[in-house]
Design a protein. Structure first.
Length: 297
């Protein structure tokens, strides 16, 4: 036999460590198209409703020019900020829905029997789903908001140019660079880091519950709040929940300027951030363990 040793593989082919994770994320995007369709649909509704704001935009700009009042700037920029906030709210709602549905749904429709037959560990699957929540969804929200704001600002420039108003003054009021930097800061702090334990808790309930995951996710915190009020006449746990869901006192509602480092540093040094990340890791590990032993519903 004239078999050349150089043509014989010396080791069996092995899957890349990251390849199962990559395809697990791709699978989530295939199965849950609402991840990008819901923000896109809502952005379309916002753009359609913005026609009524565009009709008033030339008069707003004339008021800013005539009165020279600082607060008049808010009357021009506020509709654009509200539009971005609507998309952020839609992304949060989609995240909550996805976190509650993702591990529960595969057991309900029995597709878990197929996915468990693949050479992908439960931990890889859970981390891929967490990646969708903490990376993909914020990235989609940012991209949709960026395109939507570009369309809105472009329409505003067209309307102002047609009415004879100053487009340059309008552009200076919008400060698009600062707005985008503020949006990135908001997504990184709230939707990724601050909400991580909330999403991980919902995923844990999704892996555990046999029915009504939303009820089981809300019932334990509600029971603790009621017990504390009755037994100790305090609201510490209620305040903790409100602080976590609403962004809390650790995240300012005013976005920092790109050259300001004090607020991000304050956020990074916040103990609540690190406590939350620790519990997020614990919840995700527990969700992976539950997925290993949970069968179809």
């Amino acid at each position: 036999m004239n078999t050349e040793a150089g043509n014989i593989p010396v080791a069996p082919a092995m899957l890349s460590v990251t390849r199962p994770f990559y395809w697990s994320v791709r699978r989530e995007l295939w199965e849950y198209r609402s991840i990008y369709l819901a923000p896109l649909a809502l952005a379309g509704v916002v753009v359609a409703g913005f026609v009524f704001v565009l009709a008033r935009l030339p008069q707003m700009m004339r008021n800013v020019t005539a009165l020279h009042l600082p607060h008049q700037r808010d009357t021009v920029t506020q509709p654009f900020e509200v539009a971005a906030a609507i998309v952020m709210m839609a992304a949060f709602i989609v995240s909550v829905y996805y976190a509650l549905e993702t591990l529960y749904g595969e057991r309900r429709d029995r597709s878990i029997l197929f996915w468990k037959s693949l050479p992908v560990s439960d931990l890889t699957t859970v981390l891929a789903k967490a990646c969708v929540l903490l990376v993909v969804l914020p990235a989609v929200a940012f991209a949709v908001t960026l395109v939507m704001e570009g369309v809105l600002v472009g329409l505003g420039c067209i309307v102002l140019a047609a009415s004879g108003s100053s487009v340059g003054q309008f552009w200076s009021l919008m400060t698009p660079y600062d707005s985008m930097m503020g949006l990135i800061y908001h997504l990184a702090t709230m939707h990724i880091l601050w909400y991580a334990p909330l999403y991980a808790w919902l995923m844990l309930i999704s892996a555990w519950s046999r029915r009504a995951p939303l009820l089981w996710a809300a019932l334990p915190p509600f029971a603790i709040v009621v017990f504390e009020r009755i037994a100790f006449h305090t609201t510490h746990f209620q305040n903790f929940l409100m602080n976590r869901v609403a962004g809390g006192s650790d995240i300012s509602g005013d976005m920092p300027a790109p050259d300001s480092w004090m607020m991000p540093l304050h956020f990074i040094l916040t103990p609540g951030l690190w406590y939350g990340l620790f519990f997020a890791a614990a919840f995700l590990w527990a969700a992976a363990r539950l997925r290993r032993y949970r069968g179809p519903i």
